[in-house]
Design a protein around this ligand. Structure first.
Ligand code: G4P
Length: 279
């Protein structure tokens, strides 16, 4: 991963989460809409035990619109509030506060019965690296801009962003580890660019992506790269390389470069809105 998840990092992440979770009412879990399960922390249910929850499917602009609906239904069926957004453009962000309140309605009611009115809900963003946590916090906080700072009774140094009178957000997100023991999960995370490219076999990875696209989004590769989708993935990569002029000195084909083009264009949405896994 961008952060190499050796056990020391995991222990630190878990400790930070355990420390911060005491301060908050609701865990806002950011997932990548293109691969919601693979971009989910495997231990989130244990880590966020007893807290209210909201799932946000971010980068929904890069995911298949129909699949976005299927995923929303999937989480709703589990009784989890869910919303699709584009944190970069701000699409879908205006519903967040209402959903946070809706997700915490039991707490609001409990407070009301005790005569506590308008106590802000405290929230924390969590997610694996690169899922868009910083972009989300910046976008959500844009109108707010008031850092509440240290509060009595709150661990020293914690910064809260007052979004409005109803919601306060912890300004540092919880960075969680993905599920790395599953090869398919690793592959999907590599496709979306969540794993540091330097440590990846790019050519192999791009051939896997070609196979996925051929099987699930027929026509995308031929439209974009003018290749024959009946061919094997390695031949298709060869065609992409020649059509895109990926040639090294001595007229040798530069497969690495062709693989980078394909992966970058997938990650940036140039190939269209493509979801990697379905409920
Ligand atoms: P993190 O804190 O969880 O690690 O993620 P971060 O916010 O840094 O976002 C990672 C990348 O994802 C950034 O791109 C960001 O712009 C992009 N991103 C975040 N949300 C969305 C979204 O909803 N849609 C799309 N299409 N992209 C999103 P980058 O290439 O690292 O930076 P930049 O060139 O975009 O600034």
């Amino acid at each position: 991963m961008n952060i190499q998840w050796y056990p020391g990092h995991m222990t630190k992440a878990r400790r930070m989460m355990q420390e911060n979770i005491k301060l908050i009412d609701i865990v806002i879990e950011l997932l990548d809409a293109r691969t919601p399960i693979s971009s989910r922390n495997p231990d989130i249910d244990t880590l966020a035990n007893n807290k209210f929850r909201l799932v946000i499917l971010n980068k929904s602009d890069l995911a298949d619109a129909k699949a976005n609906d299927e995923w929303k239904e999937y989480f709703n069926k589990q009784g989890i509030n869910v919303v699709t957004i584009n944190a970069k453009s701000g699409d879908g962000m205006k519903n967040i506060t209402a959903l946070v309140q809706e997700s915490c309605k039991e707490k609001i009611e409990r407070d009301r019965k005790r005569g506590i009115i308008n106590r802000p809900i405290r929230a924390m963003i969590v997610g694996i690296p690169n899922v868009g946590k910083s972009t989300f916090i910046n976008s959500y906080a844009k109108k707010a801009c008031t850092k509440v700072g240290n509060k009595p009774g709150v661990t020293k140094g914690k910064q809260w962003i007052k979004i409005n009178k109803n919601v306060e957000l912890l300004d540092t997100p919880g960075i969680l580890w993905p599920k790395f023991d599953d090869e398919e999960v690793g592959k999907r995370l590599a496709f979306i660019g969540s794993i540091n490219d330097d440590i990846l076999p790019k050519v192999e990875l791009s051939c896997e992506l070609i196979d996925f696209l051929k099987n699930n989004y027929l026509g995308i590769l031929s439209n974009r790269y003018n290749v024959n989708e009946d061919n094997e993935s390695s031949e298709i990569l060869h065609e992409i390389a020649t059509n895109r002029g990926c040639i090294m000195k001595g007229s040798e084909i530069d497969y690495e470069k062709a693989a980078s083009i394909l992966l970058d264009e997938y990650r940036n949405g140039v190939l269209g809105r493509i979801t990697l896994e379905r409920p």
